[in-house]
Design a protein around this ligand. Structure first.
Ligand code: DGL
Length: 264
């Protein structure tokens, strides 16, 4: 199937997910949409995030004929996935199930931490999925909204970021969890200071890495693999393309040559 895989996020953060998808599936084409005109999603209600997500999905499906939708935004995955799956026939992959599946596969999984935006944590989506998959685990969830701005500033190595991480994760200071789900697109950029705070006994679960594994299996098993034509990665945004390309480079790990602006 020659059509691209659609990847959607509220802004630049989902590029951490796209980076993993492109690494694991180098033969596939991708169309990334960042809804930069309406970011952040993390502070908004379920109704608003669901409405935005449907508008974005409509655009990707009707105008770009994507074969699969990856909801890279953890907030949209937590709040809007059931609605998207009900409306569309193409496969819709979110971030919650792939992360929870990885936790379930760990040998040690008695205590699990989840961090994300206020919307993600308020939704309880991770806790609910963990309760089903790992019923014995003790789950501690914490919203860490300031980390999004710190990641976008490129301040992973600054003392202020370490201080904010120490404050948010203070519950884990004495007893680090067996695993911590990085339930937000931006947190992979802060993996180093988070790992340094928690120490080596905590496994950090990166939603992009886990989702890429799931998408890879789905593409192969459902006969959706791209044929011969050269893979292409395209970027569209709903606000200023230059700002997206500049900040996004840090999340994607390479330059984005052309970013187009679209109206949904
Ligand atoms: N992409 C969002 C997420 O992963 C973070 C940024 C936002 O709040 O929109 O939850």
């Amino acid at each position: 199937m020659e059509q691209p895989i659609g990847v959607f996020d509220s802004g630049v953060g989902g590029l951490t997910v796209l980076r993993e998808l492109a690494r694991v599936l180098p033969g596939e084409g991708f169309l990334y949409l960042g809804d930069t005109a309406r970011v952040p999603y993390g502070t908004k209600s379920r109704e608003t995030v669901t409405r935005y997500s449907i508008e974005v999905a409509n655009h990707l499906i009707t105008r770009h004929d994507i074969k699969m939708l990856v909801v890279a935004c953890n907030t949209a995955s937590s709040l809007a996935l059931p609605a998207l799956r009900k409306i569309y026939k193409i496969p819709v992959v979110g971030m919650v199930d792939p992360c929870v599946r990885r936790v379930a596969s760990l040998a040690k999984k008695e205590t699990i931490g989840v961090i994300g935006t206020a919307g993600t944590i308020r939704s309880g989506a991770y806790e609910q999925a963990l309760r089903q998959a790992v019923p014995k685990a003790r789950v501690t969830a914490r919203a860490c909204p300031l980390l999004v701005s710190l990641a976008e500033e490129g301040w992973a190595e600054k003392p202020v970021t370490r201080a904010v991480i120490a404050e948010y994760l203070s519950t884990f200071r004495e007893a680090p969890p067996d695993a911590l789900i990085l339930g937000c697109t931006h947190y992979p950029v802060l993996k180093k200071p988070i790992a340094e705070f928690l120490g080596d006994r905590t496994v950090l679960i990166d939603s992009g890495e886990e989702a890429a594994r799931v998408v890879d299996t789905l593409v192969s098993e459902s006969g959706m693999k791209r044929g011969g034509c050269a893979p292409e990665i395209r970027f569209v945004v709903t606000d200023d393309p230059e700002h997206f390309a500049r900040v996004g480079e840090m999340f994607f790990g390479r330059r984005m040559d052309s970013v187009e602006r679209v109206t949904l």
